[in-house]
Design a protein around this ligand. Structure first.
Ligand SMILES: Nc1ncnc2c1ncn2[C@@H]1O[C@H](COP(=O)(O)OP(=O)(O)OP(=O)(O)O)[C@@H](O)[C@H]1O
Length: 264
């Protein structure tokens, strides 16, 4: 059994109370990374509970009922400070946009999680610079987010999510603000880089083509999981599952291999 696994059992969550109560999750159980790193897409109609599930899995929102365990430890039994430290050390996050600090250059945005974790500025910036180079942003280290394209900013966000070597990365519509070709490139990079780092990825998306790049697709409806299957059965033929053998994708395989070698 793989140690970097996330186990969620019987999660329920309702926003508000009484007449205003909005049930968002109902009896959701899911395990991520049981057999090694994997890329899992969470799909479903608007309001089906995707973002709520992601936030509960990441320990940002506490479930009303049920439990989430990371590496066998129940997040609810941790003190707030411990959970915050765990999120910083073991979890990475990529959101649609706006997560970078606008006043900081790219390299400092990426170095920040390491410095918040107690690392020296020199060491943190060395690691951040190396990662940004590997993501093709070696010329952009001193640019502030407002001086980057949307795709470049998302690559900086990916570097920031990965710099602390997390065990799992959570992404909420990470390409939702990008055009199709930029979004596809960023998504390939996110999947390749995350798996290349030995971490799992959980990504909320509306986009079937994004889901098809993942190895597994979980569908929600009215706060419940209605299907959980390998991406192969949901994938358009032009895309392959990241870890599957079904459809060759030389560019992605090469990218992932580069990452694995660079991460040694
Ligand atoms: N902060 C909140 N307060 C009250 N209700 C909320 C809140 N956040 C979400 N909800 C409700 O919970 C349900 C699930 O919302 P959630 O954002 O998880 O769905 P989603 O599938 O991510 O939707 P979308 O695809 O539109 O982003 C919806 O009915 C939503 O209106």
């Amino acid at each position: 059994m793989h140690s970097d696994r996330l186990d969620a059992q019987r999660l329920t969550h309702t926003y508000g109370t009484g007449d205003a109560a909005a049930p968002a999750l109902a009896d959701v159980s899911i395990t991520i990374g049981a057999h090694g790193p994997e890329a899992v897409a969470i799909m479903g109609p608007s309001g089906s509970g995707k973002s709520t599930l992601l936030h509960v899995l990441a320990g940002i929102v506490a479930p009303d009922d049920g439990r989430v365990a990371w590496r066998g430890r129940d997040l609810a039994t941790m003190r707030d400070g411990e959970r915050t430290r765990l999120r910083r050390s073991d979890f990475g996050f990529v959101f649609q946009s706006g997560q970078l600090l606008p006043e900081l250059p790219a390299i400092e945005n990426v170095a920040l999680p390491l410095m918040l974790g107690g690392g020296s500025r020199t060491g943190a910036e060395a690691a951040a610079g190396a990662l940004l180079h590997r993501l093709g942003l070696g010329d952009m280290l001193t640019r502030r987010p407002g001086e980057l394209s949307g795709g470049q900013a998302q690559r900086v966000a990916i570097a920031r999510a990965l710099v602390g070597s997390p065990g799992i990365v959570f992404a909420d519509e990470p390409t939702g603000a990008l055009d199709r070709s930029t979004g596809d490139a960023v998504m390939s990079l996110l999947i390749g880089a995350t798996l290349g780092h030995g971490a799992s990825l959980v990504v909320v998306t509306h986009d079937p083509e994004v889901a098809a790049m993942c190895s597994r697709v979980v569908r929600l409806q009215d706060g419940r999981i209605v299907s959980d299957e390998p991406a192969a059965s949901a994938a358009p033929p032009s895309y392959g599952a990241v870890r599957g053998e079904r459809v060759a994708n030389p560019a992605r395989d090469a990218l992932q291999q580069t990452w694995i070698e660079a991460s040694r």
